[in-house]
Ligand binder design. Structure first.
Ligand SMILES: Cc1ncc(COP(=O)(O)O)c(C=O)c1O
Length: 384
């Protein structure tokens, strides 16, 4: 069949270019990983005993699946408690919980960009490095998308100025902490531009939640009246699963009526919602862990910079090591695996051409010795 030949040629091409992807090995596979810098369980809540007990009791009480969508089946109510907790913490009128943060981004953005509802084709101004799930949302719509240079608000303003007199609704899309670069958006700057040019500001804080901002609830909390919608994921610092957004009641009501993955997909099982809720409640108490993560991340960044590694402009717990070449990146990841160290490797199209990299993610369980061991092994393998 020609179709199968095409898929197989596609895979052969990826292999040739060093861009072939495979699922990560199990931590307990032949590599015997004992130091994990690949997990996004940043706050190390995945094995938290209190959380596990709460989840088990929710599982026993509510059972395994939700078996119905939020609009059709009567839920256990725990999801409403979670949504209230999120809107309280985020200082917004409303919040919503979704089955997946990826699906949230894609379908919420597509719903917001509905040009039949808006009466004009929307124009989207998107940071060059936003996550694939946000781009997919724009692509599902008929919106015009303009990309501004990563975190370059002067460039964003140049583009906004160019379209200033157009009647088309304008949207700005950015992450707050970029997932493979580890750098932050300038909140004051981007909120200022959004209000100056009357654009809808949509922010993704998937990698920030739990670690930054007042009580760990994200830096957007200080700008809540200037951000139209902020979304995040439960699957990273909160060690659960699913996505959330915080917004106005009007936008929530609109999405309940027009957002496909909220309407046409099953609700999350209650035990998953329980994990998210109890994790959300635990977050403010984790100041000590946040302080430790930030201090270890600083140590890592300073050592790597001193050794001449290219860590881009990371100033967070996410630290890229740019090696450029995809094969070299995979080789180094595999050599580290043999040392018992897990790191993530990113290659195009996840990152721009010639910027393949390892991503080191610091979490609350790491120690200074772990960081020094990682640096030692990196230097050894790269002859630094
Ligand atoms: C910035 C960003 N947004 C959204 C998502 C999707 O999150 P989830 O994996 O919880 O669906 C990811 C996942 O990697 C991400 O990095």
């Amino acid at each position: 069949m020609n179709l199968l030949k095409s898929y197989s040629q596609c895979l052969a091409k990826l292999q040739n270019e060093g861009l072939y992807r495979e699922c990560a090995k199990h931590l307990t596979s032949e590599y015997k990983i004992n130091l994990d810098f690949s997990t996004t369980d940043y706050m190390s809540l995945g094995q938290n005993p209190t959380l596990k007990t709460k989840v088990i009791s929710a599982l026993q009480k509510f059972g395994t699946g939700a078996c119905g969508s939020r609009l059709l089946a009567h839920t256990t109510g725990i999801v409403d408690v979670l949504e209230n907790a999120i809107s309280d913490a985020k200082n917004t009128q409303a919040a919503m919980v979704f089955g997946s943060a990826f699906a949230l981004n894609t379908t919420v953005i597509a719903a917001l960009l509905n040009n039949e509802v808006l009466g004009e084709t929307p124009i989207v101004f998107a940071d060059k490095f936003i996550h694939a799930s946000m781009i997919a949302g724009v692509q599902l719509s008929k919106a015009k998308m303009l990309r501004y240079k990563h975190l370059d608000l002067e460039h964003l303003e140049t583009l906004l100025k160019r379209y200033k007199n157009y009647k088309n609704p304008k949207f700005i899309l950015s992450e707050t902490l970029f997932s493979v670069d580890g750098d932050f958006v300038d909140f004051a700057g981007i909120t200022h531009l959004a209000s100056k040019y009357g654009a809808f500001l949509y922010l993704d804080e998937a990698h920030e939640i739990g670690l930054y901002g007042d009580k760990g609830y994200g830096m957007s909390v200080n700008y809540s009246n200037k951000i139209d919608l902020v979304m995040g994921s439960f699957s990273k610092g909160l060690a659960s699963f699913g996505g959330y957004l915080a917004t106005s009641s009007l936008i929530k009501n609109y999405l309940v009526n027009k957002c496909s993955s909220f309407i046409y997909s099953n609700a999350l099982p209650s035990y998953v919602v329980a994990a998210s809720y109890h994790s959300w409640r635990l977050i403010p108490a984790l100041d000590k862990q946040r302080k430790k993560i930030k201090s270890l991340a600083l140590t890592l960044r300073e050592h790597l910079k001193a050794k001449g590694f290219d860590i881009k402009n990371s100033n967070s717990h996410i630290v890229p090591i740019v090696l450029k070449n995809p094969e070299k990146t995979i080789q180094l990841r595999d050599l580290l695996r043999l040392d018992g160290i897990a790191v993530s490797a990113f290659r195009p199209p996840s990152v721009p051409t010639n910027s393949s990299r390892l991503r080191i993610a610091i979490n609350a369980k790491h120690t200074k010795e772990n960081i020094l061991f990682l640096i030692d092994r990196l230097c050894h393998h790269l002859n630094v």
